[in-house]
Design a protein around this ligand. Sequence first.
Ligand SMILES: [Zn+2]
Ligand SMILES: [Zn+2]
Length: 261
Amino acid sequence: MLSDFINFDNAWSVALFTLINFLVIFCRYVLVSSIFQFVFTVLLKDQFKSRKISEALQKPGQSVKEIQWSAITSGIFTVSGVGLIWLFENDYTAIYTDFSEYGLWYIPLSIFIAMLIHEAYYYFLHRWMHRPTIFKKFHYVHHNSLVTSPWTAFSFHPIESVLQALIIPIILIFIPMHFAAILFLLTLMTITATINHLHIEIYPKGFTKNWFGKWWIGASHHSLHHSKYSFNYGLYFTFMDKWFGTESPDYMPLFEKKTKG
Ligand SMILES: [Zn+2]
Ligand SMILES: [Zn+2]
């Protein structure tokens, strides 16, 4: 199927496929960030005014720098994606293309399993990146954004982007996933990264008390990571921070405060 789109023996075919992948990944970031920026800071500005995490201003030129770093990140995610296709074409992955192979019920389960593995990997990677020597080497780029925005979502130093990109092919060597499930996961990753950096709490009042919201990270949770550094290292879920005692004590009060109106 994919051999119709890419021939790894032809350098031009690889270059064209890589370019198209880069455009898809970078444009997806630009599109998702633009939509969230427009909806919550223009269209529904008044309704979400009191849900703004803080009134602190961004640094001058911050968004431009974030977009530049995110373009480099998109390039690195592209290389990882093309590498993944090469692994697939050479039968090194557990990726499958026939929905009937595992049944439809397995699609959401496979996404959930991949998210749990990704969560654990990211949590420990993130804590390691906060060691002072490592932080100064590359994680500082992401934390240059004290007041985050949708554009902060993929603003990483290239070393951090490589470390983040590695886990997806590794998961797919071991966990069977349909291509549609992979695309869903990658898009969900972009959307949640944007929501978590929005600097506006968009989840409803009482969300952190229900069975799902209790375990789900949003803007209040992640903004505390950018302002306090030593709490809230999670990616999608709160359970690693809860288990390892790194959830900020300010999280619940901040969420309540931002959603009370
Ligand atoms: Zn961090
Ligand atoms: Zn962040």
